[in-house]
Design a binder for this molecule. Structure first.
Ligand code: NAD
Length: 355
C-alpha cells in the first residue's frame, strides 16, 4: 500500500509524524506493509516552488493508493496573491483526484461528553453521525452564475444542478458507508421547494433498490438541522448535496465541541482517497508540542477502513484512542479538571502503547 503524505503547514508536520508512527505500529501488529512518499502542498509548497500545488505533488498523489494530509495555511501567506493561496492547493488536489464524496464523522467519545454543547440527557443517548456530503456539484459549481447589475441595481444568482449520475454515485458511497456502520441512511434535501431536490430524492430512492439491507429515510434540510441538535442519536449516515452538507457537517462537528478530534475522508471512484483532520494548521500553537494528534490518527483509521478495507486495523486504532481518553490523557484543547495534561508526542505515545 502506497501512501502519499502531505504534512503541509503549521501543526501539520507534528500531527502527521505522530499519525505515521501509529500507522507503523498497526502495520507491524497486523503484518501490513505501508510505503510512504512525501509531497509538498500549501504554504510550504509556495515557499519552495512558487505554487501551492506543484505538478510533482499531483503526480505523486495519483501514483498512490491513498493520500494523508495534515493542514495548510497560516499568517505567513495571508497577504499573498489570492490565486496562489495555500488553500488553493487543497481545492486543487480534490479536483485533480475527482474526490466527489466527503465523509465527515462527528463522534462524541463518551469521555469527552463535557465538551459537547448539548444537554447531558441528549448526549447520553449518543452522538455518532457520519455526514456524507457531495463535494464537486450542486450550487457551488452550477452554471449559469452571475454577480453584477440588473434593472439598475446589484443582482446575483447561482444555480443548483445535479445530474442523475452525480446523485447515484454519492448515494452509493452513503449506502456503502452505512454497511460499515449501523445500516441506516437519512437523505437530506429540500424536495418540498426545489426541483433539483425532487430529482435528488427520486434517484436516491431508485439507487436504494440495490441496497435492501440498508434502511433509508428522508428529511428536509431545515428539519435535519433542527433534529441534529434535538436528538442526534437518531442518525447514522446522513447523505446530502454540497451546500446542505457544508452546513450540516460543520453543525455536527461543532456540536461535539472537540475540533482536534475529528477526521475526514474525501473519496472518488477509482482514484486514491484523501484523508485529513477537519481542523486547520493552528498557527497559534504550531511548533510547541501542543497540537492534538487524535484527529489525524483517526484519519489514518478512516484511511485503513475506506481505502484499504482493513476494518480490524481501523477498529484497533479507534479502540486505542478511546482507551487513551479513558486513561485520562488530554491535550490542551480537550483538557478537563483532574486529567493528565500531555502534548502532541506524549498523547501519541499513549495511543501507541494501547495498540
Ligand atoms: P484552525 O482549525 O487552524 O484553528 C482554530 C482553533 O482550534 C485554534 O485555536 C487552534 O489552536 C485550535 N486547533 C485546531 N486544531 C487543533 C489541534 N489539532 N489541537 C489543538 N488545537 C487545535 O482554524 P483557523 O485558526 O481558522 O485557521 C488557521 C489556518 O488554517 C488558516 O490559514 C486557515 O486558512 C487554515 N485552514 C486550513 C484547513 C485545512 O488545511 N483543511 C482548514 C481550516 C483552516
Amino acid at each position: 500500500m502506497k501512501i502519499c503524505v502531505m504534512p503541509g503547514d503549521g501543526i501539520g508536520r507534528e500531527i502527521v509524524t505522530q499519525a505515521l508512527r501509529v500507522l507503523d505500529k498497526v502495520g507491524a501488529r497486523y503484518g501490513r506493509e505501508f510505503q510512504t512518499i512525501e509531497a509538498l502542498i500549501g504554504g510550504c509548497a509556495i515557499d519552495e516552488t512558487g505554487v501551492p500545488l506543484p505538478p510533482d505533488t499531483v503526480a505523486k498523489c495519483k501514483d498512490s493508493d491513498a493520500v494523508l494530509l495534515g493542514a495548510v495555511g497560516g499568517p505567513k501567506w495571508d497577504t499573498i496573491d489570492p490565486s496562489i493561496r495555500p488553500e488553493k492547493g487543497l481545492l486543487g488536489i480534490r479536483k485533480e483526484l475527482n474526490l466527489f464524496a466527503n465523509l465527515r464523522p462527528a463522534t462524541l467519545f463518551k469521555q469527552l461528553a463535557d465538551a459537547c454543547y448539548l444537554r447531558p440527557d441528549i448526549v447520553a443517548r449518543g452522538l455518532d453521525v457520519m455526514v456524507v456530503r457531495e463535494l464537486t456539484g450542486g450550487i457551488y459549481f452550477g452554471e449559469p452564475r452571475f454577480d453584477g447589475m440588473k434593472d439598475g441595481e446589484r443582482f446575483g444568482f447561482n444555480t443548483m444542478t445535479y445530474y442523475e449520475h452525480e446523485i447515484r454515485r454519492i448515494a452509493r458511497v452513503a449506502f456503502e458507508a452505512a454497511r460499515k456502520r449501523s445500516g441506516r441512511v437519512c437523505s437530506v434535501d429540500k424536495a418540498n421547494v426545489l426541483d433539483v431536490s425532487r430529482v435528488w430524492r427520486e434517484i436516491v430512492i431508485d439507487e436504494h433498490a440495490n441496497y435492501p439491507d440498508i434502511e433509508l429515510s428522508h428529511l428536509y434540510v431545515d428539519n435535519a438541522a433542527m433534529q441534529l441538535v434535538r436528538d442526534p442519536s437518531q442518525f447514522d449516515v446522513m447523505v446530502t448535496g454540497n451546500l446542505f452538507g457544508d452546513i450540516l457537517s460543520d453543525e455536527a462537528a461543532a456540536i461535539t465541541g472537540s475540533i482536534g478530534m475529528l477526521p475526514s475522508a474525501s473519496l472518488g471512484d477509482a482514484n486514491p482517497g484523501l484523508f485529513e483532520p477537519i481542523h486547520g494548521s493552528a498557527p497559534d500553537i504550531a511548533g510547541q508540542d501542543k497540537a492534538n494528534p487524535l484527529a489525524t490518527i483517526l484519519s489514518v483509521s478512516m484511511m485503513l477502513r475506506h481505502a484499504f478495507d482493513m476494518s480490524e486495523e481501523a477498529d484497533c486504532i479507534e479502540q486505542a484512542v478511546e482507551k487513551t481518553l479513558e486513561q485520562g490523557y488530554r491535550t490542551g484543547d480537550i483538557m478537563q479538571a483532574g486529567a493528565k495534561a500531555v502534548g502532541c508526542v506524549a498523547m501519541s505515545e499513549a495511543v501507541l502503547a494501547n495498540i
